[in-house]
Design a protein around this ligand. Structure first.
Ligand code: NAG
Ligand code: NAG
Ligand code: NAG
Ligand code: NAG
Ligand code: NAG
Ligand code: NAG
Length: 927
């Protein structure tokens, strides 16, 4: 059908008619195997520059059978010419799960089409509440008070959950666990709502965002621990997805979190023998119990009765039971309370009791709990709550209370009180490092960059993902097993990699996997595969799990102990050092592999929340690698940089939490006033002036990370878009005007105007040579080239344009970094000294070769990639590229070891391999 026709048809209701598929129709399919369930999904799609005007394009969608489906669409990024760059799309739940969807752009904006969408809104709003009804579940959100979700009803109108509230247990001191005497008093705090917002378009997906903090139930004392809880509800879905973000705003020595949870009341009306409890294990196993068990008794109520209870079905009428049971039901204990506790990734324990004051009875446990709990009745229905990555986020827990009363409770502990207080204090006392000289000397031995006061968790955050389900009756074991899988691996829709690549909307520096039969390209593909598999395996073998830790990897290996250096200063948690994130995401983009997606997704959540500050003086900065994610004193924007989250942001359809982070990173320019990143190593003759209009910052590490955030802000037309675009282009102009461009290293940045000017070490801009091996390994190339792709180059009509001289300045840096001292000196009057990370910079040489069409330079790039530092190809003196099994008493548990591998090397190899294959892949055969 012609697009123009379709939009008319759409306006009339299009139902039953297949949508028009233009050549630009975009297909998305499930990452990995098609899931068993589709409870609604959001995904992102890229569009080429100039094709689809933002003000007159709408979208239709079909499922994999060609049937039209409702799709809610929004724009997440615009090209400068006003055309659509990225869109987000939501599809509702479906009974059948196909292989994916096809989205077709329709040019020709229709108000009637828009109105039709509005008419099917799932939301009804009053002054005090927001009611969302998906058709399968409805929820009431209050606009003030303590309950973040006040009621949950099934489609048939049964209320299965009420009074959803966030709970916090806290204490203001910490005692040695084995000490006698009094323990610090605990206080209980509840959520208090400060702000509630609901999405505007609610035809297929509604988003309710609740912000607030935790306040003492007693009413005295200040609130703390601010939260943002996002509820996502999809049309026809029985699930509510919850994204729960907390920011730690306490003082580590005074404000101890003991438990963080979310609690629901569950109305219960069934007979006690028709009330069911279900708790899952990670592989879909279930604990199947009833409040009053009628199996295993001395007298048998009858097979039909026992089977019904076990399966969660209403038991036959008691008149049909053996009367030797019915006359004695009162002697059978009622199990009122259940607790599941996962204090480590290696085991969970279970117990139950008849009531408070009576002892607990142990229930056989298991290794990895699934984090899904159900409480309810065969007739009255019930509530299910699931916590994604439950065991990976240990210490976690699930409590069921009062199951034998009229109102039971489910508490899902994101941090279990059974684990004792969460201790965020520094892991050492400073060891007397009270001067920069001592700190720098200590750096020489543990590689930790310590400074008192900087090792603070105040301002870090964590996001957890939960799912709420309402049931009209106790679901089958099979159904709960399916939901358990869903909760732990929520299905993801992803467009064909080639489409992203061709759109140019996510970097023109990666290509699809090489099909080359030449040895070198094949080796590189094999080696990248080795690297991602190795890290996926190490996550499990080394237990890189925990409330704060899940998603991170370690920095360096200790060959002697056969152990990653988890306890040694700057060698422990990686905090994205040298950009493994870019490798993982680019590798995912080109392959679409599910295992890689899950690795990168866990990392994106960890890095953006835990390794970054969200409030206080460090807002927008991240922390360098260390034993705690926040322990190192190097607070830098190179770690919070949005280039690590850019792929996820756009392919997820604009994940709102990630969107928050983009706004925060832009605030880092205020943090630059308080923190001089290079304070310990400055030439004493250069004084850092905390002048917001003359900040002395690094172009490669600091400025470019701001630039990456500005690019997204500009693309997405965020609230700061105008300033973001202006500052970005102003900075480009300023760098182009520096005598030595990027070789200047550091320059003055005016945070009011965005202007870059010559550094205090070269006030007259005569040209200074300051080159750091770190400048180009935190996303410099990737941010710059994405800005180039965005602004366009060359054609007179393109506006805005890349400022004159900027590309040349960048190409010079790319060419000269590894060109050798004589060429550097000839160009700049001075060489760069000993540069390192040559393999890690081969992508710059490759870029220059590609951009200038210089074949000699292309071979130089491969020589730098293969023949320098870093990981090498097979052959003599080369990297081994295998693992060795270490077991027995040499290690605590058997491990596969690649003692030759450090995470820096992994990251540099992967990032450069992908970019080199793209830029100069054709030159590989001749190397
Ligand atoms: C859409 O935007 C373009 C370019 O900004 C403008 O020329 C055109 O008039 C707009 N069309 C509508 C329907 O608003
Ligand atoms: C490699 O082969 C696959 C399968 O034929 C194809 O889809 C892909 O586009 C090829 N990759 C490149 C880089 O040509
Ligand atoms: C934040 O920075 C200001 C100015 O540098 C300083 O006075 C203040 O003590 C800092 N606050 C904290 C909590 O470190
Ligand atoms: C910084 O930019 C602002 C706004 O353009 C300007 O008024 C101010 O003079 C600049 N500051 C310096 C130190 O150049
Ligand atoms: C191409 O690169 C080589 C160095 O690899 C350099 O010597 C030569 O001048 C470059 N050619 C051009 C045309 O820039
Ligand atoms: C790689 O290391 C393993 C284990 O040490 C060894 O058996 C193997 O021969 C090595 N391979 C090469 C190519 O050196």
């Amino acid at each position: 059908m012609h697009p123009a026709l379709c939009h008319l048809v759409a306006a009339l209701g299009c139902a039953g008619l297949a949508a028009a598929q233009s050549p630009d129709s975009a297909a998305v399919s499930w990452v990995g195997d098609a899931p068993d369930l589709n409870l609604g999904a959001t995904f992102g799609l890229p569009w080429p520059r100039g094709k689809y005007p933002a003000n007159s394009t709408s979208f239709t969608a079909t499922d994999s059978n060609g049937g039209q489906v409702d799709v809610q669409s929004w724009i997440t990024a615009y090209w400068p010419d006003g055309s659509v760059k990225w869109t987000g799309h939501a599809v509702g739940a479906s009974n059948a799960v196909g292989t994916g969807y096809t989205v077709s752009p329709v040019v020709g904006y229709s108000q009637r089409f828009r109105r039709r969408q509005d008419a099917s809104s799932m939301v009804a709003e009053t002054g005090s509440e927001i009611v969302v009804n998906t058709g399968k579940i409805s929820a009431v959100f209050k606009k003030s008070g303590n309950t973040i979700i006040s009621s949950i009803k099934t489609a048939s109108g049964k209320t299965v959950g009420t009074d959803g509230v966030l709970v916090l247990l806290a204490q203001s001191a910490i005692a040695e666990e084995d000490a006698a005497g009094e323990q610090p008093a605990k206080s209980q705090l509840n959520s208090v709502i400060e702000d509630v917002a609901v999405s505007k378009d609610n035809s297929v997906r509604t988003l309710v965002t609740i912000k607030g903090k935790h306040e003492p139930i007693s009413g005295d004392g200040p609130g703390w621990l601010p939260f943002t809880v996002r509820f996502y509800l999809y049309k026809n879905s029985e699930a509510i997805k919850v994204l729960h973000t907390l920011t730690y705003d306490g003082t580590a020595s005074q404000n101890f979190i003991v438990g963080i949870g979310i609690r629901f009341d569950v109305p219960l009306s069934d007979e006690l023998y028709n009330r069911h409890i279900r708790l899952s294990s990670a592989d879909g196993g279930l604990l199947n119990e009833a409040v009053k068990g009628i199996t295993g008794l001395r007298r048998d109520p009858g097979q039909a009765v026992r089977t019904a209870q076990y399966e969660g079905k209403a038991t036959p009428d008691t008149s049909t039971w053996d009367t030797r049971v019915t006359t004695r039901l009162q002697w059978i204990p009622n199990w009122n309370d259940y607790s599941l506790t996962q204090l480590s990734p290696d085991g969970f324990t279970l117990k139950k009791r008849t009531k408070a004051g009576q002892s607990w009875v142990k229930i056989p446990g298991g290794t990895k709990a699934g984090g899904l709990v159900y409480l309810g009745g065969a007739a009255g229905g019930g509530l299910g709550v699931g916590h994604r990555d439950f065991w990976k986020r240990y210490p976690t827990g699930i409590d069921i209370r009062n199951a034998a009363s009229d109102v039971g409770q489910i508490t899902l502990w994101l941090h279990s009180p059974a684990a004792g207080p969460m201790d965020l204090r520094p892991f050492h006392d400073g060891l007397g490092q009270d001067t920069y000289a001592k700190q720098l000397d200590a750096l020489e031995i543990t590689y930790e960059d310590y400074e008192g006061g900087y090792n603070t968790p105040t301002g870090i955050a964590r996001t957890n993902e939960l799912y709420i389900f309402g049931f009209d009756s106790t679901p089958s074991q099979e159904a709960l097993g399916g939901l358990n899988a869903y909760v732990n691996e929520p299905p993801v829709l992803f467009v064909e990699p080639s489409r992203i690549k061709e759109s140019g909307a996510l970097g023109t520096y990666w290509g699809l996997p090489s099909n080359s039969t030449t040895g070198a390209a094949q080796d590189i593909e094999k080696h990248m595969d080795f690297l991602v598999r190795y890290y996926i395996g190490q996550v499990e073998q080394r237990r890189w799990y925990g409330f704060w830790d899940h998603g991170d990897i370690m920095h360096t290996y200790d060959v002697d102990r056969h152990q990653w250096r988890y306890d040694i200063g700057g060698y422990a948690w990686d905090n994205s050092e040298l950009s493994p994130d870019i490798f993982f995401w680019n590798y995912f983009l080109r392959t679409g592999r599910a295992d890689v997606y899950r690795l990168a997704e866990a990392q994106v959540r960890h890095g953006g929340d835990v390794d970054v500050y969200h409030l206080g003086n460090f807002t927008g900065l991240g922390t360098r690698h260390g034993v705690d994610h926040w322990s190192d004193s190097a607070k830098q924007i190179r770690i919070s940089t949005t280039i690590y989250r850019r792929v996820f942001y756009y392919i997820s359809g604009g994940d709102e939490r990630t969107g928050d982070l983009v706004a925060e990173v832009q605030k880092a320019e205020q943090a630059f006033v308080a923190v001089d990143a290079r304070r310990k190593i400055r030439d004493p003759s250069v004084v850092y002036v905390p002048d917001p209009e003359a900040l002395y910052i690094s172009l490669g590490l600091d400025w470019v990370s701001l630039a990456g955030a500005w690019l997204i802000e500009w693309e997405r037309r965020g609230p700061n878009a105008e300033a973001a675009q202006r500052k970005l282009l102003k900075g480009f102009e300023g760098i182009a005007a520096l005598k030595n461009g990027f070789v200047t290293g550091e320059a003055l940045y005016n945070s009011s105007s965005g202007a870059i000017s010559a550094p205090p070490t070269d006030p007259d801009n005569k040209g200074i040579v300051v080159v750091s091996h770190l400048d180009a390994v935190f996303g410099l190339q990737e941010v710059l080239t994405q800005v180039f792709d965005h602004v366009g180059q060359g054609t007179p009509s393109e506006n805005p344009k890349l400022p004159a001289g900027f590309l040349e300045a960048w190409l010079d840096y790319c060419y000269y970094y590894s060109a050798g001292k004589p060429e550097q000196a000839a160009r700049y009057g001075k060489d760069f000294g000993s540069v390192s990370l040559i393999q890690g910079h081969s992508k710059l040489t490759a870029y220059a070769a590609w951009k200038t069409g210089n074949a000699t330079l292309a071979s130089r790039a491969w020589k730098e990639f293969f023949g320098s530092d870093g990981l090498k190809r097979d052959g003599s003196g080369a990297t081994n590229w295998t693992t060795v099994r270490v077991e027995g008493s040499k290690v605590l548990t058997p491990v596969d070891e690649a003692s030759w591998l450090s995470t820096n090397d992994m990251a540099l190899y992967g990032v450069n391999a992908i970019e080199n294959l793209f830029f100069v892949g054709q030159a590989l055969g001749s190397t």
